[in-house]
Ligand binder design. Structure first.
Ligand SMILES: [Cu+2]
Length: 128
């Protein structure tokens, strides 16, 4: 009798172990880029051509709500923005770049802002 009891107990514990194994793993973040502290990172291509463009874009992004950091790599024209995911969106960040006078991925630069850029920063120039 005692043997049967311990047998059924071990059977029960085996059941509960397999039930735990089937339970879903830890809850995954909403996007692969979002981290536990609410920060997310997005990269997009701009039409920046020089260090002045880099400074201009990084500065305007720094003033955007929710932006933690913005770093533009001039040779690749790619800006990497770290932002608070509950404060802003990649779309809003692209719009900010657009309004600064630069293309952001498929978005074309705001014409008025673009016309105010110095000649060396026009996108007809090669990266320099
Ligand atoms: Cu420039």
């Amino acid at each position: 009798m005692k043997f049967l009891l311990s047998l059924s107990l071990s059977f029960l514990s085996l059941l509960s172990i397999s039930a735990q194994a089937q339970a879903p793993a830890t809850t995954a973040p909403a996007t692969a880029q979002a981290s536990a502290n609410g920060l997310a990172t997005v990269k997009f291509k701009t039409s920046a051509v020089c260090d002045m463009c880099k400074a201009r874009i990084e500065k305007s992004l720094a003033y955007e709500k929710g932006v933690q950091s913005a770093v533009l790599d001039v040779p690749t024209q790619v800006v990497t923005v770290t932002y608070k995911a509950d404060k802003t969106t990649p779309a809003a960040l692209r719009t900010a770049v657009q309004k600064t006078g630069y293309d952001a991925d498929d978005l074309t630069a705001d014409a008025r802002a673009y016309n105010r850029l110095p000649d060396c920063c026009k996108k007809t120039n090669a990266v320099h």
